[in-house]
Write a protein that binds this ligand. Structure first.
Ligand SMILES: Nc1nc2c(ncn2[C@@H]2O[C@H](COP(=O)(O)OP(=O)(O)OP(=O)(O)O)[C@@H](O)[C@H]2O)c(=O)[nH]1
Ligand SMILES: [Mg+2]
Length: 192
């Protein structure tokens, strides 16, 4: 781990009760809009994310440290290897309105799922931008290869940042799964 990075950004939440969640996905799929809707219930003018955004907000009596990590081809390996450390949950955002982006999204998801830092942690997939297109969630889950995932719990949640539909429902599922997985870990091994 790069010590300078650890000093610059608090990569792992101090309190064991706080949850770190990392979010990746297709370019322009709405990751930052989701982050800002969850935190501020509003979206600032969207700007492409060069490296990452991070916000902390309270949800269901827990502080969520949500990291929106860029998948820029030149930076993603450094960013994901370093900033995914200590994550308890994973969010992946797919752009439902662009079916042609799904094969690449599937590749990116597979890359992320193989990272040692995200091993076994629950996966929430937002099928975003459903205000633009009608989707069949089971078809999208199949196209993303979700039914082949056997090493963790996963859930596909249709969503839109236009009206926040699905955003908190998805997050609720993820928090429930993180709590379940923590209940299985002996208490003295949960401190980081
Ligand atoms: N119609 C619609 N547009 C959306 C939705 N979510 C995001 N957008 C738009 O999609 C574009 C990209 O949104 P961002 O939130 O910047 O997406 P991102 O995934 O963070 O983009 P990068 O950081 O560049 O990878 C912006 O024009 C948003 O307004 C949605 O649910 N519906
Ligand atoms: Mg962004």
């Amino acid at each position: 781990m790069n010590n300078l990075l650890l000093k610059l950004f608090r990569i792992i939440p101090r309190k064991a009760d706080d949850f770190k969640i990392i979010m990746g996905g297709s370019p322009q799929s709405g990751k930052s809009s989701i982050l800002f809707q969850l935190k501020f219930k509003a979206i600032p003018t969207p700007v492409p994310t060069l490296a990452f955004n991070k916000e902390i907000f309270k949800h269901r009596s827990r502080y969520i440290h949500l990291w929106d990590l860029s998948s820029h081809p030149k930076r993603k390996f450094f960013i994901w290897d370093n900033l995914s450390v200590g994550a308890k949950g994973l969010i992946f955002v797919a752009d439902s309105s662009e079916p042609e982006s799904i094969p690449t999204a599937k590749e990116e998801l597979n890359r992320i799922l193989q990272l040692e830092t995200v091993k076994g942690i629950p996966l929430l997939v937002y099928a975003n931008k459903i205000d633009k297109i009608e989707i069949e969630p089971a078809d999208l889950a199949k196209d993303l290869g979700l039914f082949k995932i056997k090493d963790r719990e996963w859930f596909l949640q249709p969503s839109s940042t236009e009206d926040r539909s699905g955003l908190f429902e998805g997050l609720d599922w993820l928090i429930t799964e993180i709590r379940k997985s923590q209940a299985k870990i002996p208490e003295n091994s949960q401190t980081e």
